[in-house]
Design a binder for this molecule. Structure first.
Ligand code: ARG
Length: 461
């Protein structure tokens, strides 16, 4: 007979038991659940609610159960619904009636809130260190290719030359913000809900501060109804994960484009590429494509949680059980994506000559030519028009700017002089010597700042 069906005259219908059971996925909370129970048992003994001997028996039982689970010897039972009942029932089976004292001054409602918070806190730590690893890889690639020039794009049309390192540092910034979001999410997750009971608090003289200390929380929940029904922290993790996946997905898109024959800017290491079952020549960027694809799945998990929560009255409702698979899948997807992406970035080969050649095409110096005329006295709008006509003329002649003669230049404006040939990709880069710009000097500084921030982030993790 189930431990909690005293008021019923029969067992749950088999289909109901299967439909409502969560053990097939919430078994993953076993470490958090046991840690919470051990702290709770210690607290009950300290407060004289159970005896020291009883607490010892309970804690030994729980420790043995953790061992059983880790060795794959534990038999999870669907009819016991969830991880909490599976562990409690096994505890009573092992240590006898005293095991039944563990649930004094507690409810599964504050228990699951605790487990989820512990789980998310751990996930955040792992996420932060993996984001750090990924940023380190970006930085390493940027530093080894510090002189590599490529066309920067807007609308996917060649726009102005940039350093590859500058481009990679753009991603570094995105992941810095992602890390910040996870840090902030941790502050709000770091709240200890035990003592809330089912919804209204508990009738025993418990010590919540002790529980918080034992379990490594910096704050106590301030309202029992809120504590058992709040899953904001799950949503925040999923929202931060969604943005982080969005950033990975954008970079995936660039990896895919850049490894195409048309761009040919990079070559993926053979270990990070896949073949085709029919076309022997193919070297496909499947990892990047899967990251891009899985991003949609992570967004879906966030939408599911938001929708799940929006109509729930206070306090606990069983709907809340639906938070778990989405969270677990989000964590698994984000962590594995970061992990494989880090390896892919570290091993890809940069085809610097191809990037450079692309930067020499496409009239990416057009803005610099306009700025040149401005420095010689033209209004920017006038200069823009002149260079526009110059581009059109050059396209017609099939010439690049550097292939135009000074006489050709002068046909468009008397302001052009011999020094126009000093406008090069290099001059274009160094001219953008503004904080946050692509001038080599600025990028070198940005690389150093980024490197330093990684070290600091590591100590804050
Ligand atoms: N499996 C439940 C969940 O994940 C645990 C809490 C159950 N509480 C309850 N009153 N049925 O939400």
């Amino acid at each position: 007979m189930s431990l909690i069906r005293g008021r019923f005259d029969k067992e749950a219908d088999q289909r109901v038991a299967e439909y409502s059971a969560s053990i097939s996925f919430d078994w993953r909370l076993y470490r958090q659940d046991i840690a919470g129970s051990i702290a709770h048992a210690k607290m009950l003994a300290r407060q004289g609610i159970i005896s020291d001997g009883e607490a010892r028996t309970i804690i030994e039982g729980l420790t043995a159960i953790r061992e059983e689970i880790e060795q794959g010897k534990f038999q999870f039972k669907t009819e016991l619904e969830d991880i909490h009942m599976n562990i409690e029932a096994r505890l009573i089976e092992k240590v006898g009636d005293v095991g039944g004292k563990l649930h004094t001054a507690r409810s599964r409602n504050d228990q699951i809130a605790l487990d989820m918070r512990l789980f998310v806190k751990e996930a955040i730590s792992t996420t932060l260190s993996q984001i750090g690893e990924f940023q380190r890889a970006l930085l390493d690639v940027a530093e080894t290719n510090q002189d590599v020039v490529m066309p920067g794009y807007t609308h996917l049309q060649p726009a102005q030359p940039v350093l590859l390192a500058h481009h990679l540092l753009a991603y570094f910034e995105m992941f810095r913000r992602d890390a910040e979001r996870f840090h902030h999410c941790r502050q709000r997750t770091d709240v200890m809900p035990l003592g809330s009971g089912a919804l209204a608090g508990v009738t025993y003289n418990i010590d919540r501060e002790f529980l918080a200390r034992e379990l490594g929380f910096s704050q106590l929940s301030r309202n029992s109804l809120d504590a058992v029904s709040d899953r904001d922290f799950v949503g925040e993790y999923e929202a931060a994960a969604s943005l982080c996946m969005m950033h990975l997905s954008r970079l995936s898109e660039e990896v895919i484009l850049w490894s195409s024959a048309e761009f040919d800017f990079i070559e993926l290491d053979a270990a990070y590429a896949t073949g085709s079952s029919i076309m022997p020549q193919k070297k496909n960027p499947d990892v990047a494509e899967l990251v891009r694809g899985k991003t949609g799945r992570v967004y879906g998990r966030l939408m599911a949680l938001l929708t799940l929560m929006k109509g729930l009255p206070l306090a606990y409702n069983r709907d809340l059980q639906e938070d778990k698979e989405g969270l677990f899948d989000t964590i698994d997807t984000l962590l594995s994506s970061l992990d494989v992406f880090t390896g892919m970035i570290r091993t890809l080969r940069v085809k610097s000559d191809h990037m450079r050649r692309a930067a020499d095409r496409g009239y990416v110096l057009a803005t610099d030519l306009a700025d040149y005329l401005v420095r010689k006295g033209a209004a920017f709008r006038t200069a823009h028009g002149i260079i526009g006509r110059l581009v059109s003329y050059s396209l017609g002649k099939g010439k690049s700017f550097s292939e135009l003669s000074i006489t050709e230049y002068k046909k468009f404006s008397p302001l052009f002089e011999d020094d126009v040939y000093k406008i090069t990709v290099e001059s274009s880069l160094s001219a953008r010597n503004v904080a946050g710009g692509t001038a080599p000097q600025q990028v070198a500084r940005a690389l150093a700042v980024a490197r330093k921030s990684l070290g600091e982030a590591e100590s804050g993790r």
